[in-house]
Write a protein that binds this ligand. Structure first.
Ligand code: GFB
Length: 322
């Protein structure tokens, strides 16, 4: 088992412009890793197998952080399942296989808590994987993410690689997607609350019943957990990453309205799906090793709101992150 990371390691952050990848790049810079390698989508299309092979053959990468993915909220997942399963499978198989061929010893694969069954005992332990049916609104994405973690397990078993899988709960933070058709609930409600207050609206529409429960992790905590795993010699396995607490969507909406200063009424749109009733992660596996999240939800939402206002406000139709 390798222990500490070599500070001079060449670390490829795949997906560095996304919310997770950009948090990883910030954290690596703060921790003093000078050799971080990135490629924009235009420079390297990770769904192009030949291009990915050429990249790994020429770049001498030591560590891969595989944060590139097609991601989205409940509506995007439910309406574009082919894109979610195809693009994620292509990225995972191309990057993991090319990394193995180029003798990359260490890789961290990022999945999602939606890999677990829809009706799971709570809090969800890593062992509950594949014990019953998935949530239908995101089963295509979940299958792709399960395939990714199984790729890591299989390559470790057959080839002796050290590929680790992290399964974060619902994430939020800087560089999130604020497009209301494809975003997750937290950025969607932040934008809605901001615009409702700005426009003097009487109501704010929340999708579904408001009763599903979700757990939210600030992306900077996920980046911290990733560095923790790398620096503590973790060489295999599946690890949940979360805060260990959840709240209802109604409670989340109330918290966001408070942060954004919107005092109108919440209206629940029952024509929109609720999705999984609850997905609270059991985070004891990482906690036993000494890692815990540190950013509280209200504090994290307030910081994210400031970031949103700084980067989007002032125009009626904010420029949105892709
Ligand atoms: O975050 P979200 O889109 O995805 O929705 P999931 C969470 C809950 O918030 C659902 C409700 O019950 C939504 O109906 N919700 C309320 C809203 N208002 C809104 C809104 O304005 N926008 C959105 N988007 N939701 C995704 C999966 O599931 O979570 C992915 O589809 C992935 O596969 C990701 O795992 C983390 O938490 O339901």
């Amino acid at each position: 088992m390798n222990s500490a990371m070599n500070r001079q390691a060449r670390i490829f952050v795949a997906g560095h412009r996304g919310m997770v990848g950009s948090a990883l790049v910030r954290r690596l810079a703060a921790e003093g890793y000078p050799n971080v390698v990135t490629r924009t989508h235009a420079e390297l299309d990770l769904t192009d197998q030949a291009a990915v092979n050429r990249f790994f053959e020429s770049e001498r990468i030591d560590v891969v952080l595989l944060a590139a993915a097609r991601v989205g909220g409940i509506f995007a997942n439910a309406s574009r399942p082919a894109e979610f399963i195809y693009e994620n499978l292509a990225i995972e198989t191309n990057v993991i296989h090319a990394a193995y061929r180029a003798k990359v010893e260490r890789l961290v694969f990022f999945g999602s808590s939606c890999i677990y069954p829809k009706q799971c005992p709570q809090p969800i332990r890593e062992e509950y994987l594949l014990t019953s049916e998935l949530e239908p609104t995101n089963d295509a994405y979940a299958i792709a993410k399960i395939a990714g973690l199984k790729l890591c397990e299989a390559y470790n078993r057959e080839y002796g690689t050290q590929y680790v899988s992290l399964m974060p709960t619902n994430l939020y933070g800087p560089n999130d997607n604020y497009d209301l058709n494809s975003s997750h609930v937290l950025p969607a409600l932040l934008r809605k609350a901001h615009e409702a207050r700005r426009d003097g609206a009487a109501t704010l529409t929340v999708w579904g019943s408001g009763t599903p429960r979700r757990e939210f992790l600030h992306v900077d905590d996920l980046a911290a957990a990733t560095l923790f795993v790398l620096e503590h010699g973790v060489t295999e396995g599946l690890f949940n990453v979360g805060v260990g607490e959840d709240l209802s969507i109604r409670e989340l909406a109330e918290c966001i309205c408070k942060v954004a200063g919107f005092e109108g009424e919440l209206v629940f749109d029952a024509s929109k799906p609720d999705g999984t009733p609850r997905k609270l992660l059991d985070v004891s596996r990482l906690a036993q090793m000494g890692w815990r999240a540190t950013i509280g939800l209200e504090e994290g939402i307030a910081a994210t709101y400031q970031d949103f206002v700084a980067s989007h406000s002032g125009s009626a139709a904010p420029a949105l992150h892709a």
